[in-house]
Design a binder for this molecule. Sequence first.
Ligand SMILES: Nc1ncnc2c1ncn2[C@@H]1O[C@H](COP(=O)(O)OP(=O)(O)O)[C@@H](O)[C@H]1O
Ligand SMILES: [Mg+2]
Length: 309
Amino acid sequence: MAEDALWARDVQKRYERRGTQPVDALRGVSLSIRPGERVGLLGRNGAGKTTFLRIASTLLWPTSGEVRVFGHDIVNHPEEGRPLIAVVPQDGKPFMHLTPYEQVYTYLRTRGFDRATSKQRTTEVLGQMGLTEVADRLNLALSGGLRQRVMVATVIATEAPLLFLDEPTIGMDPFARREVWECLRRLSKKGSTLLLTTHYLDEAEQLSDRLYIIDRGRVLVEGSPEGLKAQIGGTIRVSLKGGMRLKETLATFGTVATDGLDVHVILGPDRVEEVLQLALREKLSATVGPVSLEEAFLRVVGRSIDDES
Ligand SMILES: Nc1ncnc2c1ncn2[C@@H]1O[C@H](COP(=O)(O)OP(=O)(O)O)[C@@H](O)[C@H]1O
Ligand SMILES: [Mg+2]
């Protein structure tokens, strides 16, 4: 059987700085990714996603634990893993005073590719990513979406078999996000293995064959987006705005999750009407919809992904 593209066992990371409390960013993360899989690491801000990605991409040392990239122990021999991976870091930006062409070409040269190969790949990748038209403009003149595409193009051009992307669409408008999603889908069709982190549930659902939901440095659950939704045990979600005070009553209808002062009830179709009657009597506005990954997340983590409290 082929080696896992990435294999991590009980990875722990404690950040220690003099004069401050140590932070246990990872408390024993284990995961494995088969070659060609697209895996999402989903979690709230501060969950430990970036820390894990930095460790898996040899940019940071774990406090303890094992990490293998295609069988290579990258904790003790990072140099063995490096040619096999490429990373789009969180908040990574292209060099503003280079053009997309120069950006990709220069990166390939620093990774050790010869001139001819670098030239050919740069032209090819810029074409695939729809960047040919802007290839000779300065990155600083490009929109946020295009800059991110340049970042993605840069790692794709390496043809590294394992790619890491840390929040690849953070802060982008919906159109730019979709463009990046499209690029990543195409990439994965070509056989690349992807590990991406995100705190966008729709992105996780759109781009992942499999998800690990992490919170406070631990993996809470793992599965396909469909599988995770199926675990919730209901098909319909009723959300009651300001329904917190009815939490106990609502729990008799189905699974309840809170989100600030709002309450979501996950239940089967037969009891939806009763809940809506209750909302009407209590003068609360209610919305009804199919369960989504958001409910799976609420159920597993106990808080909404945007709940910063
Ligand atoms: N260099 C650092 N020094 C101290 N604490 C850190 C450092 N980097 C991250 N942390 C802390 O570690 C935890 C996990 O952070 P991070 O991995 O960035 O999470 P995420 O990417 O999921 O938002 C957070 O509590 C964060 O504040
Ligand atoms: Mg992060």
